[in-house]
Design a protein around this ligand. Sequence first.
Ligand SMILES: Cc1cc2nc3c(=O)[nH]c(=O)nc-3n(C[C@H](O)[C@H](O)[C@H](O)COP(=O)(O)OP(=O)(O)OC[C@H]3O[C@@H](n4cnc5c(N)ncnc54)[C@H](O)[C@@H]3O)c2cc1C
Length: 415
Amino acid sequence: MRVLVAGGGIGGLTTALSLHEAGIDAVVYESVRELKELGVGINLLPHAVRELSALGLRPALAAAAIETQALAYYTKRGRPIWREPRGLAAGYQWPQYSIHRGRLSTILAHAVRERLGANAVRTGHRIAHFEQDDDGVTAHFVDSGTGKTIGSDRGDVLVGADGIHSTIRRALYPDEGPPRFSGVTMWRGVTEQEPFLDGRTMAIAGNWDIRAVIYPISREAAAREQSLINWVAEIRDEEKTNWRWEDWDRQGSKSDFAPAFRDWRFDWLDVPRLFRESDTVFEFPMADRDPVERWSFGRVTLLGDAAHPMYPSGSNGAAQAVLDAAALTRALQTEPREDDALCVYQAERLGPTAEIVRMNREFAAERVLRLVDERCPPNCENIHDYVPLEEMEEIARQYSQIAGFDRSVVNDRLA
Ligand SMILES: Cc1cc2nc3c(=O)[nH]c(=O)nc-3n(C[C@H](O)[C@H](O)[C@H](O)COP(=O)(O)OP(=O)(O)OC[C@H]3O[C@@H](n4cnc5c(N)ncnc54)[C@H](O)[C@@H]3O)c2cc1C
């Protein structure tokens, strides 16, 4: 069997590695001419690390990433609300990794080229269209720089792992239109500084309207007793109509968000300084798409952000793409017919990911921030008088269960 994968992001590269491990031939066609270390921080939850470890990638991840050991929520004045252990500290058999997205993609691309051959990732190939028949599927590519046709390839299956602006999804759902804006704009960057808290905590501060998400992402910086700190500044403005999504590397301006955080000087971190000392700022509208009823159409299917783009709340985007890759491989291994396999894959993954898309719209993972903001009077003495600890525990438990990283389920898969 030969699988064509369109898109060499986290999902596409993991799919190629996973298929190869199962003895299935795969080739990745990536639109950009050169794979650069793009993006900022990303999280891999234990269920995704479990799958990547099965592909032999844990040593490379451990050498690059921070093993995150806690997630902590704060008010916009920096007052602690809730702290939960994460990864190994929470009793998982696998860690949670916080890592630079570009670094993760380099680790994956390196492994694909080493294991599948130097030609297994074909850059500069943007899929333009495809057609399928009873015997296979043919994908046609254009040069991403010139737009000129540069050839085609034929396989048994075509996987659309081509991200939130997926060409393959557009061919399957031509009337869908652009992603759906949440009203929240995110500005993202990285800053190297001295570690905050224990140097391994992901901190989220704020409320429904304004938030900062901050976590360290580099083992190499930690070895120098520094932290490469990923930060995201988020501001909600539901009236905003002039949002644009050009690309992931669109640069933003500090003057558009930093003034709103000017008082966020906490005893555990000086947030304005963090923003000030960062070189580059990227701006993205937080956007997703409505879940669709089908990803699989004969020999063609969708995976990762092409299938289920979601808000980055709850650290799930990359993790869910990794889980898709594992499920798709299992289905192709066990079903004799390719089209049946793609339906089995869809049956396993579409429902759970649609549920996460819907939960993330409510910022379900971070609901405590909203509850504290709504219920606690200013300067209230004890936050837990207004939002009981048990309610916070229940919110965390529910999210991990629906997002598929409930500890007992993840560890149970050891068997
Ligand atoms: C450059 C970049 C930077 C990002 N930075 C962050 C970040 O900092 N933090 C974060 O949380 N998430 C980031 N993301 C998104 C994150 O990687 C995904 O949400 C998640 O990892 C799911 O991965 P994916 O492989 O489905 O999609 P993506 O990682 O988006 O990968 C899709 C890939 O498909 C390629 N592609 C697109 N169209 C075509 C086509 N027609 N033919 C062939 N290839 C095509 C793209 O170039 C890209 O490499 C970024 C994505 C990209 C592409």
